[in-house]
Write a protein that binds this ligand. Sequence first.
Ligand SMILES: C[C@H](O)[C@H](O)[C@@H](O)C(=O)CO
Ligand code: MN
Length: 415
Amino acid sequence: MTVEERYEAAKESYRNIGVDTDQVLENLKNVPISMHCWQGDDVAGFEGEGALSGGIQATGNYPGKARTPKELMEDIDKAMSLIPGKHRLNLHASYAVFEDGFVDRDALEPKHFKKWVEFAKKRGLGLDFNPTYFSHPKAEEATLSSENEEIRQFWIRHGQACLRISEYFAEELGTPCTMNIWIPDGFKDIPSDRKAPRARLKDSLDQILAAGYDKEKVNVAVESKVFGIGMESYTVGSHEFYMNYAAKNDILCLLDNGHYHPTEVVSDKISSMLLFSDKVALHVTRPVRWDSDHVVLLDDETKEIAKEIVMSGTEHVLLALDFFDASINRISAWVVGMRNMQKALLTAMLRPNEKLKGLQENREFTELMVMQEELKLYPAGDVWNYFCEINGVPAKEDWFQEVKAYENNILLKRD
Ligand SMILES: C[C@H](O)[C@H](O)[C@@H](O)C(=O)CO
Ligand SMILES: [Mn+2]
């Protein structure tokens, strides 16, 4: 049977339970996922030799990581050629391209990202952005919560510079830019004063936002975290801190599903956030025992997150991925993670969601369980393969041959 014939059979099965697969494929094509540039080079960036800091780690030494903007762009192209649909690219400030001399992070300007804008424009991609508050000598102790006023002001200027760059992205590309602020600040051991660093962080964010920006063009988001390596006892930017800050200042919360206590799930937070805000931003990742940033799999929580996104309306969720695995082929990591996020969205869209909602409302929990369990073995794979085919990318595992060839011809020649 051909991919199309299989799709036609699957379409019939889904039609019998009230799901229009043609409509689903159209909807799925229009959900952009912001692909993080930092999987391609283990979060190294282009500033020099500095080690990755901030309590995050990329472990592994798989050959072929990108070392220059050109190599990273080529690798992004390769990955995107194997992912169906049109997506976005998520950059960190540490990926500035210095064509006429290095400047420090507080002096970054739109021109340092011109190459990325050219890249995105040619490919019809939107850009998202992140100030980089780690891997820098001035981030060794603390950044926006620093007790050292000179250091704190340096990082405030960095945030303001990033706002200008985010606005530039939106203007050049005609699509709003999500600018996400994450800082690693915290303490290894029990603090004597939890309030003072948080008060300084609050003031720093106020000063960044006071620089002014066009809210139609930039969605500012703040990303909390429960702990980082070396900051196990206290994180300044906690969930409660940012949830309140975002609500009060009409900006967005970004929920990273590696950033909560192990029994907390982001899938259960999305609906609550969206009852109080028009949008929520996500970093989808895979935490293995800690915030390990493993590649996103098609696992239960990813599917549950996708279900919440679909039930809430995909336009309300700014969806990005965040992982960095240096132990496997990095292009494969991107492709697996992006395709899995899309597969999760697809399985959520292939549910007869209105009928299932009705069963819950009528407290028909027996039938609800039966339906939800039976749906797990419906032929979503045949719909996925057809989606790949009509969007011009290889179906099933066929894409991996292309990654292998790219590895042999390009990546292995880099070292
Ligand atoms: C590199 C990213 O910005 C970083 O991973 C951040 O988003 C995070 O999740 C830190 O744990
Ligand atoms: Mn994150």
